[in-house]
Design a protein around this ligand. Sequence first.
Ligand SMILES: NC(=O)c1ccc[n+]([C@@H]2O[C@H](COP(=O)([O-])OP(=O)(O)OC[C@H]3O[C@@H](n4cnc5c(N)ncnc54)[C@H](OP(=O)(O)O)[C@@H]3O)[C@@H](O)[C@H]2O)c1
Length: 298
Amino acid sequence: MRVLITGASGQLGNELQRLFETGRAEIGPIPQQFKGAEVVYTDTPQLDITDAKAVERFVAEGRFDLIINCAALTNVDGCESNEDLANRVNALGAENLAEASAWADIPIIHMSTDYVFSGTESGERVESDVAAPLSAYGRSKLEGERLVAAANPKHHIVRTAWLYGYAGNNFVKTMLRLAENHDEVTVVDDQLGNPTSANDLAYELLKIALSDDYGIWHVTNEGTCSWADFAEVVLGGSDCAVKRCTSAEYKATHPESAARPAFSSLRNKHLEDTMGNQMRLWQDALSAYLKNLPTLEG
Ligand SMILES: NC(=O)c1ccc[n+]([C@@H]2O[C@H](COP(=O)([O-])OP(=O)(O)OC[C@H]3O[C@@H](n4cnc5c(N)ncnc54)[C@H](OP(=O)(O)O)[C@@H]3O)[C@@H](O)[C@H]2O)c1
């Protein structure tokens, strides 16, 4: 089994690498089929996914059995001020990989986001719900979904949310860093979603990769909370308090920030209906992460 991972230096790419190298995730061993897999890890310097010719050549020469696309522009506010670049990476770059994988007749796993939803509905979103993004990031990711699905019928489009891994930057690390020299942090309390461990997600991706039930998948840890709830659990036990604010109050002090969905909790319905939903509660995943972070942080 030969696997190409793009965007491998990011949070999710790093967790996939950890799983392939150790043979296990926090929640269990990886599928037997991936033990001893030859995995090629690339990021922009080795393979810029916006370079269609380079992608075509790399995939044609690589004789891969699977592509996992973790490459993306994930800075939501940054995408707002550079929608053109967001589209080039998140939509056209994804299409390049999907076209190359279709040509090679291999499946592609492509990552997407809860931010494809407007968040104005009540109730958890399932895969078949209508998407209506509020931000440039969400629009570019939704266009990426559409282009990937159109280019390669063997696609798994996996939407996740509020991701944190041991490598790179994320909300958990930001809160821990702020707590080192602040008595209080102000955090939005009216946006609800699903904090998700990149290690748990990586484990689930390898199971999905073995399925031929192609389409869209929602994969998040179980349970819904606000960013402020999330911060309180992260900072539990520290002297730093969480002050709750509204999105409108946050926007007043950060006018450049992109709009985000108020309620973008996802239900892992495709998993439930097929192989079963083994994603654990977000509090359990976070607790394991906080315990392991001092030794695994990268
Ligand atoms: N982070 C979240 O909270 C979150 C939530 C929902 C969904 N997702 C989705 O989950 C996936 C993985 O997210 P993540 O948090 O692991 O992202 P990440 O840490 O930002 O990693 C993305 C990687 O892609 C690379 N990249 C950017 N442009 C590229 C290009 N043109 N060619 C090749 N590589 C490129 C980045 O390199 P540079 O750093 O050098 O630019 C980075 O290493 C993404 O599709 C994201 O949209 C993430």
